[in-house]
Design a binder for this molecule. Structure first.
Ligand code: BG6
Length: 467
């Protein structure tokens, strides 16, 4: 397999899943500080004391140790996100919080010390709670300006050290969960399709405006979009299943198309018509959307099986990209499908359709890991994780051999972190185990798992040594 010499190898984390220190150095509350319990239980102090995301893995105070661990695996890229609420605590202040900016100065400088290229996500499912409460997240156009102010602040501050930027994590998730994707507090069942598509429109404009800004001010920087890219499979070759597969794939491609081609795809008209959507456009929206990204990044955890009549089949487990049970693939501890071939298909499909370089921004397996004493050292024998990444990296290599341009691969959660969907700590993805337990206890010590040394060798050999 021919990984290019400048291939970027690393891992990805999100501020709200690892930093902790939710109220320190001027940080405001973020929507994620209350998820997932806040929405179910209401925004109470009980919720605040419950949510493991508030504590994370204390990366805020341990970033030096953590980055040293990443460097120890040979990372040349580290994808992380900035907590918007550290920079603009309520979201609509005139001036940024200097202490928040300094924290990311430190993180970036620490990466640079080891020759690690930072890849920054501007918003990883995160927005100051103040904005969510005041404006219902991206439902309001005002939030486009607030996002712009925040994004420009951090881009202006870090542009000399950070070349790669992503606007929104998994932007297509806004259709599935407007709360997670766009900070919309109104429950989804109370929103019309028109309101949801309008919210996504605002987010697409915000993304394009930042792309425009970067291209006009910093010509050497690269901006990418980021989507949750579970490729759709039809349950059978029944033409109706094929049609369902095509329509489901369109829900994802809709977002990539705008980022890659600067306008909505032809099938958007039909989606809008069928859902009673009449998008509200403002004067310059079309012009802003025409500013397209330099690359497409995506998360890949599994493929998603769909059918015309889903009631005939059982649902698989999975996060927001869950589909029907695929009888041909194995599953993880959490019942999520494991389908490395799907990653090769996905890379080929995206390259074929959108003609832009690709970046695998997330890929990994969440499992219950057991910390054991082995040869005098605490570790986890996570052969299942090695197997998972081996097969997926193989699929990336094969795609490169197919002719697809892939810039990099960042595994999800290289150091165990709190899960996005359920705020659990015991769904672990890392090559490094963190002693944080489900009840919030634990020493926070970091321990290298067996996969740590394996991934180090993979990177050292530029993907040639996968055994
Ligand atoms: C991705 C998100 O969808 O899935 C990450 O971008 C998340 O933030 C990852 O952590 C895994 O999902 P979970 O719910 O197991 O953490």
């Amino acid at each position: 397999m021919s990984f290019p010499a400048n291939f970027m190898w690393g891992g990805a984390l999100a501020a709200n899943q690892c930093e902790g220190a939710y109220d320190q150095d001027g940080k405001g509350l973020s929507i994620q500080d209350l998820l997932p319990y806040g929405i179910r239980k209401g925004l109470s102090s009980e919720v605040l004391s419950d949510n493991l995301k508030l504590k994370g893995i204390d990366h805020y105070h341990r970033y030096k140790e953590d980055i040293a661990l990443l460097a120890g695996m040979g990372f040349n890229v580290y994808r992380f996100s900035i907590a918007w609420s550290r920079i603009y605590p309520q979201g609509d202040e005139e001036e940024p919080n200097e202490k928040g900016l300094q924290f990311y100065d430190n993180v970036i400088n620490e990466c640079k010390k080891y020759g690690i290229e930072p890849l920054i996500t501007l918003s990883h499912y995160e927005m100051p709670l103040g904005i969510c409460q005041k404006y219902d997240g991206f439902r309001s156009r005002i939030v486009i300006q607030l996002f712009e102010r925040y994004a420009k602040t951090v881009i202006d501050r870090y542009h000399d050290r950070v070349k790669y930027w992503l606007t929104f994590n998994e932007i297509n998730v806004t259709l599935i969960s407007p709360l997670m994707g766009a900070g919309v507090i109104t429950p989804k069942q109370e929103l019309t399709a028109a309101q949801i598509y309008q919210t996504a429109h605002h987010q697409l404009i915000a993304s394009a405006k930042i792309t425009k800004y970067v291209h006009e001010h910093y010509t050497d920087l690269k901006v990418g979009c980021m989507v949750a890219a579970a490729p759709r499979y039809p349950m059978t070759c029944d033409p109706l299943d094929m049609r369902t597969m095509m329509e489901s794939q369109h829900e994802l491609d809709y977002f990539i198309h705008v980022h890659a081609f600067g306008k909505y795809p032809y099938y958007a008209q039909k989606i809008w018509k069928e859902n009673g959507v009449v998008l509200e456009w403002e004067k310059d929206d079309e012009m802003f959307l025409s500013h397209t990204v330099d690359f497409i990044s995506f998360s890949y955890y599994n493929s998603k099986v769909v059918a015309f009549d889903e009631s005939k089949y059982s649902l698989s487990n999975g996060n927001m990209m869950r589909g029907l049970t695929n009888p041909y693939v194995k599953v993880s501890d959490f019942g999520y499908p494991i389908d490395p071939q799907g990653l090769r298909f996905c890379l080929n499909y995206l390259y074929d359709h959108f003609h832009l370089p690709l970046f695998v921004a997330e890929n990994g397996i969440g499992s219950y890991d057991e910390l054991i004493l082995d040869d005098g050292k605490m570790t986890v024998k996570d052969d299942y994780r090695i197997e998972f990444h081996k097969e997926h990296i193989k699929a990336v290599g094969e795609s490169i051999d197919d002719g697809v341009e892939v810039w990099g691969y960042t595994s999800w959660g290289p150091i165990d972190c709190v899960s996005a969907a359920t705020a659990q700590i015991d769904k672990r993805y890392g090559f490094v185990y963190v002693d944080r337990q489900p009840d919030g206890s634990g020493s926070l010590e970091r321990y290298k798992k067996k996969s740590y040394e394996w991934y180090r060798k993979v990177i050292l050999s530029n993907g040639q040594n996968l055994d």
